[in-house]
Ligand binder design. Sequence first.
Ligand code: HEM
Length: 455
Amino acid sequence: MSLAHAGVEIAPLAEPSGADLSHIPGDDGLPFIGNTFRLLADPKGEVERLAERYGPVYRSRAFGLRIITLLGPEANEFVLFDRQKLFSSTQGWNPFLGKLFPRGLMLLDFDEHRIHRKALSVAFKTEPMRAYLAGLNASIAKGVAAWGAGEMLFYPAIKQLTLDLAATSFFGRELGPDMDALKRAFIDMVAASIAVVRVPLPGTLMARGVKGRKFMVEFLGREIEARRRAQGDDLFSQLCKASTDDGRLLSAQEIVDHMSFLMMAAHDTLTSSLTSFVWFLAAHPAWQTRLREEIAALGLSGGALPYERLDELPLTEMAFKESLRLIPPVPTIPRRTLRDAEFRGFKIPAGARVSVNPLYTHHMGEIWPEPEKFDPLRFTDANAQRRHKYAYVPYGGGAHMCLGLHFAYMQAKCFAVHFLSKVEATVAPGYAPTWQMWPIPKPRDGLKLKLRALS
Ligand code: HEM
């Protein structure tokens, strides 16, 4: 379905020129590269510098695009809630994800998006979630046991574990040796989605990514009929049986596109957030102890976290939320205006690329006192109610708000239960990793931890 079918009037979306945007404060940065390298080196610092200089609505140039950045909770609400259907998510994300994850849910707009989101939501209902959790419990217990005690680099280890977990909950166990090829294809696609060279020239990441996508399309396509007949409770099987409002099953191509996107959406965000979560707990041993006590108080027999008890870990949930505040896995969210818009008195012409910024919002001193301090109690119900609804946006908001957020909390809690029951994590005195914040935050040195086995 095109945008025209979605009932949205489409403007001819030429990129506005510098002159079209000259009424918006800002600058084009250096010739050719704009602000790209400064933004890559220190996204938070660069946005804060530009905001200080130009205010909460400014223009800049990065990644070959002119971008208007809108800062703060009101801007987040304006763009993400999008009352007037002014902003295209498809066209915002396309330059980054369109080649390798075309027609993933986040890359659909308006009516078409709503229809697909509803179809996909069956995979996140109670019964499938219960089944995913059973798989997560078993695989996380095994993964943490394999880490043992001693020094470790946490980031590569959790990246591998998260991939293994996705394999279980997304595909079930029946894939056998094909699973390794599928994981490889997926890794290549993700690497390509952020590659600098955007054409699939031989030997480039992009060429490997395109090959990975071809494999994924063929492989998943072959499996669909069998999954429709079987009783699998993995996510792929759910999608194979998912239908739209008018009773139509999703087509093979739609299922493949959604599965590829879901793997990407889940894998990198969970890897990043579990890394920052564990880093903050290692750096704040008193909080680590509080969470361990909360988990011990559940008195779980056999160590597995049952689905019914997910709500009994409020401190763990608050600590995870605080990690997402400090280091949001999606630091910026892009959109493109379909029609002329206006925000804070600035006209934003049709076709403009706009961006909102969870990373900046989550560090605004006027909303978050002592913003750099790790303080999970910011997320008590009373404290949360005092804030603007769009002051905390790690999962975005509005129509495209993360569909997997309950899955993310579930996996984080399940991980905390197994990890904190088995080991204590510490870091060397004075140690703090530096973070590469874009496109998805990760510690540059892999996060050096020391694990001590608990009796
Ligand atoms: C801590 C972990 C996660 C974070 C921080 C996160 C963040 C986000 C954000 C910011 C968006 C919205 C982007 C936009 O508006 O343009 C989003 C969308 C989405 N996420 Fe997540 N995500 C996480 C985990 C997951 C998981 C585990 C899954 C699947 C199992 C998932 C599936 C999706 C999907 C399908 C969308 C598109 C929703 C739509 O367009 O309607 N995410 N996520």
